[in-house]
Design a protein around this ligand. Structure first.
Ligand SMILES: NC(=O)c1ccc[n+]([C@@H]2O[C@H](COP(=O)([O-])OP(=O)(O)OC[C@H]3O[C@@H](n4cnc5c(N)ncnc54)[C@H](O)[C@@H]3O)[C@@H](O)[C@H]2O)c1
Ligand SMILES: O=C(O)C(=O)C[C@]1(C(=O)O)C=C[C@@H](O)C=C1
Length: 302
């Protein structure tokens, strides 16, 4: 049996539009209503026939939904929760897709203390944003982490887990604080490093901008993909997951200083030992089947 029959998606960017497409592909009898604060996004959503209905307000989008998924930047979750407060049906399940969980839970709880809230985070994405960037297979074989606050009804959790399984994801539950620490090192810190290195290269006086573009064939090019990710989304993530990110950044800086010393003092064996360990990490990721969902890695879109 399908876990839901009327889904409202608030925020129709990369993730919201991928959910809408995924529902249409994998649960075609489910009605999808969408809403986005940006009128141009709503227009695009109508033009590309993303949902069964595009509402003019967040309230009308949720009025008869049995699942509402908030797909807006994490800094906007609290405001959107407040916007739907008067119209959210009492028996609807509320969820979200935010990249960090503790701050989102706090903001949503403050606006909707009585809602059945099952927070979720699909660990899948690309550097692109907007309604046309999404694709139905984005979540296939990728993790979706559910972080239900203590006391959440088990049936509500199970329905959200089943929703994500049907979108093709592997599911896992985790404590919100633990989620935020894990993602700080696996996702947030890598983005911070990419933003830094691309910024540093483009600031170097002795290397011209055209040289940076011309010779960005290997490592640097991979960093530029990550550093092209949405500025609003990532500003919000770093501000919302501040403590965990600062903690991981401290550890990273210490390790970087150790590497700096190894290079300065010609300690080749230390470099070799680290690079061998990191190569093994890459190989275990490939072996675990968590390969890349992005289109340029050869996986088909819809
Ligand atoms: N991009 C990724 O790789 C990725 C992966 C997993 C989770 N996430 C999370 O998903 C959420 C959405 O990210 P995205 O990549 O889809 O971003 P996006 O920029 O593609 O889309 C966000 C959409 O939300 C809309 N929006 C902003 N404020 C709003 C409001 N108050 N009311 C209604 N609509 C509003 C914007 O107009 C935009 O269309 C974020 O919380 C992000 O942390 C992103
Ligand atoms: O592949 C990418 O482009 C991503 O950045 C996806 C990515 C990640 O860091 O893994 C980004 C943010 C999310 O919250 C989840 C997934």
């Amino acid at each position: 049996m399908l876990p839901f029959s009327r889904v409202a998606v608030i925020g129709l960017g990369l993730i919201g539009s991928s959910i809408a497409r995924g529902v249409r592909q994998h649960m075609p009898s489910v009605r999808v209503t969408g809403y986005d604060a940006d009128p141009a996004v709503r227009e695009t959503a109508v033009r590309i026939d993303l949902c069964d209905d595009i509402a003019d307000t967040a309230g009308t989008a949720v009025i008869d939904a049995d699942l509402v998924v908030l797909c807006v930047p994490v800094g906007a979750m609290g405001a959107v929760a407040a916007e739907i407060a008067a119209d959210l049906p009492a028996d609807a399940i509320l969820s979200d897709v935010g990249s960090c969980k503790e701050s989102v839970i706090e903001a949503v709880r403050a606006a909707l203390p009585d809602a059945v809230f099952v927070p979720a985070h699909p660990v899948a994405g690309t550097e692109n944003s907007g309604p046309e960037a999404g694709f139905a297979s984005l979540f296939h074989h990728r993790w979706c982490i559910i972080t239900p606050p203590e006391g959440t009804e088990p049936l509500a959790i199970e329905r959200v887990l089943e929703f994500w399984r049907r979108l093709g994801a592997e599911v896992e539950t985790m404590e919100p604080a633990h989620h935020d620490r894990v993602l700080a090192v696996t996702s947030h810190l890598p983005h911070l490093i990419a933003y830094t290195i691309v910024g540093t290269a483009s600031d170097l006086e002795e290397v011209t901008a055209s040289e940076v573009i011309k010779y960005s064939a290997g490592g640097f090019r991979d960093f530029t993909r990550i550093a092209a990710s949405d500025p609003t989304m990532w500003r919000d993530v770093f501000l919302a997951n501040r403590e965990a990110v600062l903690d991981m950044l401290q550890r990273f800086s210490e390790d970087l200083t150790a590497l700096q010393r190894a290079i300065r003092w010609g300690k080749g064996d230390e470099l070799f030992e680290l690079f061998s360990r990191t190569r093994a990490v890459r190989r275990s990721i490939i072996d675990s089947g968590q390969d890349d969902a992005r289109p340029d890695f050869g996986r088909s879109h819809d």
